[in-house]
Design a protein around this ligand. Structure first.
Ligand code: G16
Length: 541
């Protein structure tokens, strides 16, 4: 074991989901080491503990895994369970932590951000419940990064992570496991694989786009091998260190190949895309895009069709910027609906306390209490289960949902890589004027209330402030503005727009047209384009 003197490095503050930086920043000697040591220090040391380790296969992941293994050994860990090749999707890592009763896990990913030497890398610590560390833990990690004076790392050759089985670094066991098997088995316990096999057997066609990232091997095993989808149904199935140049963010902008295929006349029945680490999903039908907020609401309404959820839902939770579509389902079902800040970590306590079964976010995240992360392939299996049980198309399922509950038009507009000062000034000005907005009309819309979202965790009472600026308009339309906590370049300003149409008329409008008056009112008030010189958003979901 070697003790290495080190010095605090500024800026190692975990964001919405772990520490994300440019890969080259992580590659600077000592950078990763400092953060990992700070993590061990913040959780009371690694002595005698068991951890899960893996990531989405992106550039520098293997090297980072070797560093972490040597550091875990030097810090006295008893065992590290690693996915073969240092591969684990985020939901699979969450499952392994729970299944193996590990003390925690380290996930090597920058999620939906591109990968490669000039792109992004990230490290996230998950706790024993399988979920992202709560804010108290990430704050303790950040505090430890500021106090660090040394890190510990075993001086030893790299461990063979290509072959399965148990290896050792000194007294610590390194257990290399199949990254896919346990996760695929878990899915079999939640969904009726026999019914899904019959669906594919009857000629149902799907295009599952893994975006050259980690879900490839999982999707091939589950959809092609276990469910009998036609070979080749999973595209971009091989995880590549740079994702083959793809930006593995499952939204209409970045998953444009899939969008084009699904909007073509010969489109398959169903389409879906995953992100880098497999926790996000985008759902499509032939000629149909399902907004994530709608996907959450549809799943809430139909989840009991899957055997794992036949007993019904305890409650649902959504992040504040996610549309209220699921709230209407919760009301109809007579179950609780919680509104949390952005970040899956805020669902952890609700799931652990048994208050909710289903959680979701507008940022293409959906999941249940089977793990403590959002789970992209789970959402795909849930949609397939709904289609198999109802015999309906994606478009029909959506239309029927809107006819029953009304439609919540929804869109998110992202302005990426803005100068930080410009983005912060816009929000600061809006914040400063919030108190005077109620009753004011902008661009023909009257503001009924305006505030900044704060959250008190109903389980442990923890308070999170500054979680997004909200503008409510008369008639129930809403705009939310906040800065992303996951970007690595400048600031990403997110503008979330929504408007409820109760039906029966006006359920089939174009979402951007339906939301344009709200976007115009925000522009008049905040001046995102005016003040930044931008012509429009970079990403529209
Ligand atoms: C992470 C979080 C999500 C969050 C998303 C966007 O997802 O886990 O809860 O909604 O980032 O956050 P922000 O708006 O702050 O960028 P992922 O898939 O990147 O881990």
């Amino acid at each position: 074991m070697m003790r290495h003197p080190t010095q605090a490095i500024a800026g190692q503050k975990p964001g919405t989901s772990g520490l994300r930086k440019k890969t080259r920043v992580f590659m600077v000697p000592g950078y990763l080491e400092n953060f990992v040591q700070a993590t061990f220090d913040a959780i009371g040391g690694a002595e005698g503990k068991t951890f899960v380790l893996g990531g989405d296969g992106r550039y520098f992941g293997l090297e980072a895994a070797q560093v972490i293994l040597k550091m875990a050994a030097a810090n006295g860990a008893a065992r590290v369970i690693v996915g073969q090749g240092a591969w684990l999707s985020t939901p699979a890592a969450s499952h392994l932590i729970r299944l193996r009763r590990a003390d925690g896990g380290l996930i090597l990913s920058a999620s939906h951000n591109p990968g490669g030497p000039d792109e992004d890398f990230g490290v996230k610590y998950n706790t024993a419940n399988g979920g992202p560390a709560a804010e108290a833990v990430t704050e303790a990690i950040f505090a430890a990064t500021l106090e660090i004076t040394e890190y510990r790392k075993a001086e030893t050759a790299d461990i063979d992570l290509a072959s399965l089985g148990e290896k050792r670094i000194g007294a610590m066991v390194v257990e290399v496991v199949d990254p896919v098997a346990a996760y695929a088995d878990l899915m079999e316990t939640l969904f009726d694989f026999k019914a899904l096999r019959s669906l594919f057997h009857a000629g149902f066609s799907a295009r599952i786009d893994s975006m050259n990232a980690i879900t490839g091997p999982y999707a091939v095993e589950i959809f092609e091998h276990r469910l009998g989808a036609a070979p080749g149904s999973v595209v971009h199935a091989r995880p590549l260190p740079d994702f083959g140049g793809m930006h593995p963010d499952p939204n209409p902008t970045w998953a444009h190949e899939l969008m084009a295929a699904m909007m073509a006349p010969d489109a398959p029945d169903f389409g879906a895309a995953s992100d880098g680490d497999g926790d996000r999903n985008m759902i499509l039908g032939r000629g149909t895009y399902v907004s994530p907020s709608d996907s959450l609401a549809v799943i809430a309404a139909q989840m009991q069709l899957a055997p794992g959820y036949a007993g019904g839902l305890k409650g649902v939770a959504r992040s504040m910027p996610t549309s209220a579509a699921v709230d209407r389902v919760a009301e109809a079902l007579g179950i609780a609906c919680y509104e949390t800040p952005t970040g899956w970590k805020f669902f952890g306590n609700l799931l652990d306390a048994g208050r909710v079964t289903l959680c979701g976010e507008e940022s293409f995240g959906t999941g249940s209490d089977h793990v403590r992360e959002k789970d992209g392939l789970w959402a795909v299996l849930m949609w397939l289960s709904i289609l198999a049980a109802t015999g309906k198309s994606v478009a029909e399922v959506l239309a029927e949902h809107w006819a029953r509950f009304g439609r919540t038009y929804y869109s998110r507009h992202d302005y990426e890589a803005m100068p930080i000062a410009t983005a912060e000034a816009m929000l600061a000005d809006l914040r400063a004027g919030l108190g005077a907005l109620a009753g004011r009309s902008v661009a023909g819309l009257r503001i009924s209330s305006a505030d900044e979202f704060a959250y008190t965790d109903p389980v442990d009472g923890a308070v999170s402030e500054g979680q997004g600026l909200r503008l409510l308009f008369e008639g129930g339309a809403r705009a939310v503005l906040r800065l992303s906590g996951t970007g690595t370049e400048g600031a990403t300003l997110r503008l979330y727009l929504e408007r409820y149409a109760p039906g029966p008329d006006g359920l089939a409008d174009d979402p951007q047209a339906a939301l344009a008056p709200i976007a115009q009112a925000v522009e008049a008030l905040v001046g995102i384009c005016r003040r930044s010189g931008r012509k429009g958003p970079d990403v529209v979901t």
